[in-house]
Design a protein around this ligand. Structure first.
Ligand code: CO
Length: 142
């Protein structure tokens, strides 16, 4: 086993039925001022934005149609809820290899995530019910 380990907490993913309403809540209830403009990720059927905090980010995620993984989540959690936790890794292909070697179920192939770098997801059964996203650290960060 290599000395591979997860790095910085990049963001917490939160599924919401209405991203504009959620942005308004983070602005008015919590005073968050640095919130990115929502953008569509059509290949995943999602609308996403980031509430930027001093030490991390909240990723707000609204489904664009009925066939997304988030839609399914929202049928069980109508008001929205915490969907995943994202840790940075230096190299996504190394991460996949190591996670599989350690017996974890990697969901799908690496693909471009909301930050423009490669991501994968680890099945919640491997992490006490938490869906984990691993994301390659954006170049030039940190
Ligand atoms: Co995410």
């Amino acid at each position: 086993m290599s000395d591979f380990k997860i790095g910085r907490l990049n963001h917490v993913g939160v599924a919401v039925p209405d991203i504009e309403a959620a942005i308004e809540t983070y602005r008015t209830l919590y005073g968050a001022t640095d919130i990115t403009e929502p953008f569509d990720m059509p290949e995943r059927g999602l609308k996403v934005c980031f509430v930027k905090l001093p030490n991390s980010e909240i990723e707000l995620i609204e489904p664009l149609h009925d066939k997304t993984a988030i839609t399914k989540f929202l049928t069980k959690n109508a008001a929205g809820g915490q969907h995943h936790i994202c840790f940075e890794v230096p190299d996504i292909h190394e991460a996949v290899k190591e996670m599989e070697a350690r017996g974890a179920t990697v969901l799908g192939e690496p693909r471009i995530g909301a930050h423009g770098t490669l991501v994968i997801f680890i099945h919640p059964k491997n992490t006490h019910g938490c869906l984990i996203e691993l994301m390659e650290t954006p170049k030039g960060d940190h």
